[in-house]
Ligand binder design. Structure first.
Ligand SMILES: *Cc1c(COP(=O)(O)O)cnc(C)c1O
Length: 387
């Protein structure tokens, strides 16, 4: 007998959606204003207030947010941007689409975050920027990264897709670099279905990014159909179609109000997992570093076949048979054929990320989980190891 029945499959990353979100979406539908409008503006200002950022601009994904931030760096062909191999492909693809060359620096074996010493080793004459990812919600070593950026005159774009609640020495992730990019994809800590946000200190950059995110049309072009009356817009750059809709912001506004409450719940589940797994042969996440706040986006375990007697991929299958949804974050970037063929990257060149990528597995951690759900996950882990 599996731990759960098939019709009770525990979906990985299923979000907690409240009645407030549902009502707000319905209100948007009834108002007839579905596209970019006042709710997007409200979501941006609430998000800026929450993170302590000076400016925030919402888009239809974090991938879009990363792309726009990198375009705003005015990179030229041959310019290099250093990022981590232990990330979602979007971090790397955004660098490529901005016309630059991605360069990988290996991660720290304990944190899974980009290792500042590995960054230093990859800096060349052509390096222009660093793109750190706060992996699983754990803050990167921002003092060391920003010190490198100052020393070598590099720009910094923080990938905060996992890091909405993350803090480092009292400051919010995303507010250290030139840009911070957040995701509201369905599995993330705050969801809008699809959605993303750029935060920055620079008034000039946020204006340019907003223009680039809406076809390159002059400022506030989204208002061209509002009750202020039709105004001509001017196309000032070849932009993209990356704007967020009010329907998405309607969800985000209420999700953001509950962000701290949901973190409290995920911390509880995290504690249950830590306790239950302490004596098992699997690797569990390290405690959060002093003077940081971990956003608890992913609870990742490491399955080393030599220790556990089962391979990670076999373990994934067993969890699925127990009707528990699992994820992998991530097979390291050099495992994928595109990057091997176009950049010549080999997994063994970033060995720590490769090892983690081959052993890691993410367990359900949504604030929606009941104590019983968490107990089922724990039992399924034990059975998958023992069986
Ligand atoms: C989810 C994710 C992204 C992309 O976010 P989208 O909103 O889906 O575009 C980028 N980077 C990392 C690390 C992610 O986990």
């Amino acid at each position: 007998m599996p731990v759960r029945s098939k019709d009770n499959f525990l979906v990985f990353g299923s979000p907690l959606v409240g009645q407030e979100e549902i009502d707000e979406v319905v209100a948007s539908m009834k108002s007839g204003w579905l596209g970019t409008g006042p709710k997007v503006a409200r979501f941006e200002s609430h998000f800026a207030a929450y993170t302590g950022a000076i400016h925030a601009a919402a888009f239809n994904s974090c991938t879009a947010a990363l792309h726009l931030s990198l375009v705003a760096l005015n990179l030229k062909p041959g310019d290099e941007v250093i990022t981590t191999p232990l990330t979602f492909c979007a971090s790397v693809n955004a660098i490529i689409h901005a016309g630059a060359t991605p360069v990988l620096a290996d991660v720290d074996p304990v944190t899974g975050n980009i290792d500042p010493e590995c960054i230093r080793a990859k800096i060349t004459e052509r390096t222009r920027a660093i793109l750190p990812v706060h992996y699983a919600g754990r803050a990167c070593d921002m003092d060391a990264i920003m010190a490198l950026a100052r020393e070598y005159d590099l720009r910094v774009v923080e990938d905060c897709a996992h890091a909405i609640e993350t803090r480092y020495k009292g400051r919010h992730a995303g507010t250290f670099g030139d840009f911070g990019c957040f995701s509201f994809y369905v599995t993330k800590n705050v969801v809008t279905g699809e959605g993303g946000m750029v935060v920055t200190r620079s008034e000039q950059d946020i204006q340019r990014i907003k223009v680039l995110g809406l076809h390159g049309m002059s400022a506030d072009a989204w208002k061209r159909f509002s009750d202020e009356g039709y105004k001509h817009y001017m196309v000032v750059e070849a932009g993209f179609k990356y704007n967020m809709m009010d329907i998405q912001a309607a969800i985000g506004i209420h999700q953001l109000k509950r962000v701290e409450e949901c973190l409290v719940r995920r911390r509880e589940i995290w504690g249950m997992y830590d306790e239950a797994f302490a004596d098992l042969p699997i690797g569990i996440p390290a405690p959060e570093e002093p003077d940081t706040r971990h956003a608890r986006h992913l609870y990742t375990i490491l399955v080393d076949e030599a220790e556990c007697g089962v391979s990670r991929d076999r373990f994934l299958e067993r969890m699925t048979k127990e009707n528990i949804g699992v994820g992998v974050h991530y097979l390291s970037i050099p495992e994928h054929p595109y990057y091997q063929q176009n950049y010549g990257w080999k997994p063994e060149e970033t060995p720590v990320a490769t090892r983690i990528g081959r052993q890691t597995l993410s367990l359900p951690l949504s604030a929606k989980l009941t104590d019983q759900d968490a107990a089922d996950v724990i039992q399924a882990v034990k059975q998958s190891l023992g069986a």
